[in-house]
Design a protein. Structure first.
Length: 108
């Protein structure tokens, strides 16, 4: 048997393994933080705002929007968020930092 016939299945298998990649979280769901210490959490249409208010918002797989409660930064203003990649999110809203990063769940 020739070397080519022996190596062909190995090359094909290696190529297929190269296509396999871990699943990445390509949704906005999760815990988010700023460098200044602000935090928020999104789970489907539910959000825990930076002020700690649990409420519902307008959920899209890669975006989220809500009207900030009076007790939150920018209270009464519209806050929109859009995923910018696996670990970054852009936030547009009064009193909020524009770039947020994924972080672990809050600890007490």
């Amino acid at each position: 048997m020739s070397l080519t016939r022996l190596t062909a299945p190995i090359v094909v298998a290696a190529g297929l393994l190269g296509l396999a990649a871990p699943a990445l979280a390509d949704s906005i769901d999760g815990h988010w933080c700023t460098d200044a210490g602000m935090r928020l959490s999104i789970a489907g249409p539910s959000i825990t705002t930076p002020g700690g208010v649990r409420m519902q918002g307008d959920y899209g797989r890669h975006d989220f929007a809500y009207t900030a409660p009076a007790s939150d930064p920018g209270g009464g203003g519209r806050v929109t968020m859009r995923l910018q990649g696996e670990h970054l999110m852009r936030v547009d809203g009064p009193g909020l930092e524009p770039m947020w990063r994924r972080c672990g769940p809050p600890t007490s």
